[in-house]
Design a protein around this ligand. Sequence first.
Ligand SMILES: C[S@@+](CC[C@H](N)C(=O)[O-])C[C@H]1O[C@@H](n2cnc3c(N)ncnc32)[C@H](O)[C@@H]1O
Length: 231
Amino acid sequence: MIKPTTSKQPFMRPIRSFVRRTGRVTAGQAKAYEQWGKAYLVPFKNELLDFAKTFGNTAPVILEIGFGMGEATAQIAAQMPDINFLCCEVHEPGVGALLKRIGEQNIQNIRICAHDAVEVIAHMLPLDSLHGIHIFFPDPWHKKRHHKRRLIQAPLVQQLTQRLEAQGYIHCATDWQPYAEQMLQVLSDETLLTNSSADYAKRPSYRPLTKFEQRGTRLGHGVWDLVFYKV
Ligand SMILES: C[S@@+](CC[C@H](N)C(=O)[O-])C[C@H]1O[C@@H](n2cnc3c(N)ncnc32)[C@H](O)[C@@H]1O
């Protein structure tokens, strides 16, 4: 028998910023899950995360949302050994790829949560706890009917801001101008944030140029960085 839905149990799926792709996990990535998963993966739980316990120290924490294959993440973390990085990604091959980099390069300051960052933020991250937030090249969701899937929207930005410590920052980058404009609008509208620049920021030196970006720049395509601080 089909049960009727009630108001407590709405017949609706949440709008997600990703589509689960069943990408191929390579043998190397699978081995990395086995070898290093236990040490570096943080399971999703409906309870606040204890950063000191998770990282084994009390260094400041940066949240990264959607690290892809983790190339930039590993570079930034290696360059900033005194900062901890909590990195969320839902794409399994990407998680495997970053675990592989962590293991091979013996990177100590990254932990990965292989779960929807929106849920991680809501359930696991204490208020006023983050030193910074990195969101590099989030899916632009080009088609108008998909715009509702974009990560950078007022409700999420409000939740992120609540989790930043005072003077903490949020750094977004995109190569899709209409999304850059949306980011600028939404971040500027958040009253607890202040823009580090008049509009778009110069790329901070810690964010490495991706191969994809280097090619795009040669072809004359733009990239927009936005850096806002919590007042
Ligand atoms: C276009 S890729 C960019 C990857 C990487 N930051 C880069 O610069 O190459 C966006 C990534 O965000 C991930 N993603 C999207 N929504 C997410 C969410 N809610 N939680 C975690 N990861 C998410 C996707 O799986 C995808 O790998």
